[in-house]
Design a protein around this ligand. Structure first.
Ligand SMILES: [Zn+2]
Length: 232
């Protein structure tokens, strides 16, 4: 059922027939193609998940009042992060220790590799994260990945990178309370807009609110079989 639903919802992407259901560990995964490998070697805890309620980023104005103070996970469950208000997260945080090599999840081109413009991060004052962003032309369309809070950048804008190639090291630069990787995925839509999506897709019982939101887009499972990091 899940497989059919995804095909019906994604008829604009002909290659979608390669995709199956995103359910972790289900037999349907055998038919998954997937386009991403893991952004690091090994396994690290996930401390903050993508919020299907309103994944505009914690500091977005809309998130201060409109969004509920939890994240709605890809499994359709409301979850509160251990540190309190967890709304609006636009990616995944994995607790990669300082210096963990970060890897390109797919072949691509480096489209950003620099410090972000400084901004105020509460009591920490002005901060600026080191960020790498990659653009991937895949059978599922154009996808962009963003890696944030790096301690070191190993690539430059315009570089071509291969899947699994090191792009930098994990750290805690920017508005961060400790070393981790923030990883976000965006899809280039037919109209040229860039929409954030959940690389784990959506498996909730009800419809994904982000898929029908005016600023949203449908999320589909993007990991190669067995390549997914901890998504819970
Ligand atoms: Zn994050």
């Amino acid at each position: 059922m899940c497989f059919l639903r995804k095909i019906l919802l994604l008829t604009t992407l002909p290659a979608m027939i390669l995709m199956g259901c995103s359910g972790g560990g289900s037999d349907e995964n055998a038919s998954d193609a997937g386009v991403f490998s893991r952004p690091f070697a090994g396994e690290y805890s996930n401390s903050w998940s993508f919020d299907h309620d309103l994944p505009l980023g914690y500091f977005n104005e809309s998130c201060k009042e409109e969004a509920q103070p939890h994240v709605l996970t890809w499994e359709g469950e409301m979850e509160k992060a251990g540190w309190g208000d967890s709304r609006c997260h636009n990616g995944y945080d994995w607790l990669t220790p300082e210096g963990t090599p970060l890897l390109a999840v797919a072949d691509g081109e480096v489209i950003f590799a620099d410090a972000e413009p400084p901004f105020k991060c509460g009591a920490r004052g002005m901060v600026s994260a080191l960020i790498v962003s990659l653009r991937h032309d895949t059978v599922l369309g154009v996808l962009e990945t963003v890696y944030i809070h790096l301690s070191r950048i190993d690539v430059a804008v315009g570089d071509r990178v291969k899947e699994g190639e090191q792009i930098g090291l994990s750290g805690s630069t920017g508005c961060s309370s400790g070393p981790h990787l923030h990883f976000s995925v965006y899809r280039r839509m037919a109209d040229g807009t860039r929409r954030v999506v959940d690389p784990f897709g959506w498996e909730g019982e009800s419809d994904d609110p982000w898929a029908v939101h005016p600023m949203g887009a449908e999320s589909i499972w993007l990991w190669r079989p067995g390549a997914e990091p901890n998504g819970y």
